[in-house]
Design a protein around this ligand. Structure first.
Ligand code: BG6
Ligand code: MG
Length: 218
């Protein structure tokens, strides 16, 4: 059987932490007198913590001194972690675990490719850490998605060529990063938002074992 590399984004793909990022950023933005919608929030998905705050400030035409900027990032993360601390395996998105087990049984390479500096903590909380042959997160990269760095490092760690890798992503920036890395991109979410992906599904319940076998054997 062919050995491919399957690289999973974390937030919004394995767990629905995208909603916690949204809540935490929204609270912080509102405290600065800035508001933003779910539509604008799509631009924050997959994007680093620094870049997210820069974007929110730009929506409100605000600039901040560096120490205040750093303080607000820490405060957002504290709020975010208050949600994360309560997480357990029940928050895994539907059929994610089933897909991971299927890929493991099929002897494929499995990696995590996330922009989050909290990624290692979260995969432990929801009890899927052991499923991954390699983990690349926000502490391992210098360039944020849509730069392909995170996925290229992941491919290297599981010893696969980029063109033998398949990426699951819920963000526009992440799909672009996968495409730039020359990997197959699978968008998880709405086809309107993720139109640049090679394939799009609403969630893993729509991804059949037959489809995965096609990816493995092509
Ligand atoms: C990405 C999320 O996975 O990680 C972004 O989609 C988030 O919304 C980014 O900003 C950085 O996460 P963290 O946990 O390091 O603040
Ligand atoms: Mg994501």
């Amino acid at each position: 059987m062919n050995k491919k590399g399957f690289i999973f984004d974390l937030d919004g793909v394995i767990v629905d932490t995208a909603k916690y990022h949204y809540l935490a950023w929204k609270e912080l933005a509102n405290s600065l007198g800035i508001d933003f919608s779910e539509k604008e929030n799509e631009q924050l998905k997959g994007v680093s913590r620094v870049r997210s705050l820069e974007k929110i400030l730009s929506w409100g035409n605000k600039t901040l001194p560096q120490d205040e900027f750093t303080r607000l990032m820490a405060s957002k993360n504290e709020e975010y972690l208050s949600y994360i601390n309560k997480m357990d395996e029940s928050e895994l998105l539907p059929d994610v675990k089933k897909t991971l087990i299927f890929l493991k049984m099929a002897n494929q390479g499995i990696a995590l490719g996330s922009a989050s500096k909290n990624a290692r903590y979260i995969i432990e909380k929801v009890n899927v850490k052991d499923m991954f042959d390699a983990v690349v997160d926000g502490t391992d990269v210098s360039k944020a998605k849509p730069d392909p760095e995170v996925f290229l490092i992941a491919a290297k760690l599981i010893s696969r060529a980029p063109e033998d890798c398949i990426v699951f992503e819920d963000s526009v920036a992440g799909v672009q990063a996968a495409n730039r890395a020359n990997m197959i991109s699978i968008g998880i979410g709405s086809s309107e938002v993720l139109s640049e992906a090679d394939y799009i599904f609403n969630d893993f319940t729509e991804i059949s074992e037959e489809f995965i076998n096609t990816l493995i054997n092509n």
